[in-house]
Design a protein around this ligand. Structure first.
Ligand code: EPZ
Length: 417
């Protein structure tokens, strides 16, 4: 169990390149199972979750070669239809192979994925969608088995615009006979990137990025060469690191439009934000005028749940009373207890936090409860003069490549211990 040690109080300066999006790369790598032709996926982040997806694909009998951020996947032969239990339990995103395996082999099996730190993470919407396409779902001792002799296009209405369910169902529909219409679909940029990749393989996907997506199945898919979109969550994490530490940093390889609302909120609080093509220049004061802020997370284009913790870390520095409402996951305020160890004054239940910003914070030993909560502790540590020790560094490294090295290149005092 490693840790990050952050000694804050230093302003950041320089430029940092944003990597490809973890949450686009993972479904796209799974979607490669739909084609018997090799695919090339570029700017895939070099993080633990991608390595696990590579292991999952190889365990299914798929050839995967990885060189730096480029991954070549050849799924001509698939020998297995069950995700190895250990890999499923290590990374929930392994659930993304269900749709492609069902479409390709007519069968997929996974151990019950179980919950995680931020919530129960059920997959009922995925399974209901598979049934609408003609599959049979069996709950067996060894896990969930989904079977289908053939998949036929259908109309599916999602009770919640689930990102994973939308992506899994687009992939299953890619080989189904006829057209599938998914209503109340997730509109996240990562869904759009997956649709772009599938279009390159020969699938007709219309409406990605809107609440209604139509997929026309295609019996045989071709090869593809695709570059993953920049990671908007990493973009926001670095922007909030600068807002928290103070300084002037240029973020390279961004899509500013993928973070609707964040930039104006930062500007309202006194952070200078300049969006210039694929770059965002952030200039932050060392102190902020009193302000009170309300944040409600929600499906895209609402405030992204994946930056809620990091934004709260920044709000610790803004004098005022802030209301943070987590409306996507039922238990995604685990970072509050850790912020309190740093001297933060926060009242919270599982979904709602009242944050008294501007309190004096001090360095302490804290623990990463989940990926984004861990990143938020780094963001908070950057504003604290003392030394903050963040345990379970490996949880943060699941989703961020070389976070400490890249922050050091901007002048932060952070080491891996
Ligand atoms: C994706 O998870 C992301 N993960 C998450 O990012 C992100 O927080 C989430 O979307 C929301 O944007 C990947 O893309 C790998 P959901 P996913 O299905 O697909 C409920 C990170 O930090 N739900 O949109 O699992 C669910 O319980 C990770 O990078 C059902 O009830 O999210 C949750 O409350 C964390 N039944 C809500 O929907 C279902 O069948 C949103 O979940 C599916 C979901």
């Amino acid at each position: 169990m490693g840790e990050f040690v952050v000694r804050g109080g230093r302003r950041l300066a320089g430029a940092v390149r944003i990597n490809g999006a973890k949450n686009a790369a993972l479904p796209i790598m799974a979607a490669s199972l739909l084609s018997k032709r090799p695919v090339i996926v570029r700017d895939v982040p070099e993080i633990r979750d991608v390595s696990v997806m590579v292991e999952v694909l190889r365990a299914l009998g798929v050839k995967v070669e990885r060189e730096g951020s480029t991954v070549v996947i050849d799924a001509a032969l698939i020998k297995e239809c069950r995700v190895p239990d250990a890999l499923m339990q290590e990374m929930r995103a392994s659930v993304f192979v269900m749709g492609p395996l069902l479409a390709r082999l007519g069968r997929t099996e996974i151990v019950h994925p179980g919950g995680c730190a931020i919530g129960d993470r059920p997959i009922d919407l995925h399974l209901k969608g598979f049934e609408a396409l003609g599959a049979e779902v069996r709950d067996e001792l060894q896990g969930t088995v989904v079977l289908a002799n053939r998949l036929v296009g259908a109309e599916i209405h999602l009770a919640f615009p689930s990102v994973g369910a939308t992506e899994n169902l687009i992939m299953a529909a890619a080989l189904a006979e006829g057209e599938t219409r998914i209503r109340n679909a997730a509109m996240e940029p990562e869904v759009v990137d997956l649709a772009q990749f599938l279009s390159r393989m020969g699938v007709t996907v219309r409406g990605a990025g809107t609440p209604e997506i139509r997929v026309v199945g295609c019996p045989e898919l071709g090869a593809a060469d695709h570059t993953v979109i920049p990671d908007r969550i990493e973009t926001a994490t670095f922007a909030l690191a600068v807002a928290s530490a103070g300084g002037a940093v240029r973020l390279l390889n961004c899509v500013p439009d993928h973070l609707p609302g964040l930039w104006q909120q930062l500007r309202d609080l006194g952070v200078e934000v300049k969006c210039e093509g694929d770059q965002v220049a952030i200039t932050a004061a060392h102190a902020y005028a009193p302000h009170s802020v309300t944040v409600n997370t929600g499906p895209y284009p609402g405030f992204a749940t994946d930056i809620q913790a990091q934004f709260m870390a920044f709000l610790l520095k803004v004098p005022g009373i802030h209301l943070v409402s987590e409306r996507v996951f039922e238990n995604r305020l685990g970072h509050v207890t850790e912020f309190r160890r740093l001297g933060a004054h926060i009242i919270a239940d599982q979904r709602l936090a009242v944050v008294y910003g501007g309190q004096h914070l001090y360095g302490a030993s804290v623990s990463a409860k989940d990926l984004r909560a861990g990143a938020a502790l780094v963001v908070a540590g950057l504003q604290i003069e003392g030394s903050t020790r963040i345990a379970h560094r490996e949880i943060i490294e699941r989703g961020y490549h070389d976070l400490d090295g890249r922050l050091r290149s901007l002048g932060a005092d952070i080491i891996s211990a």
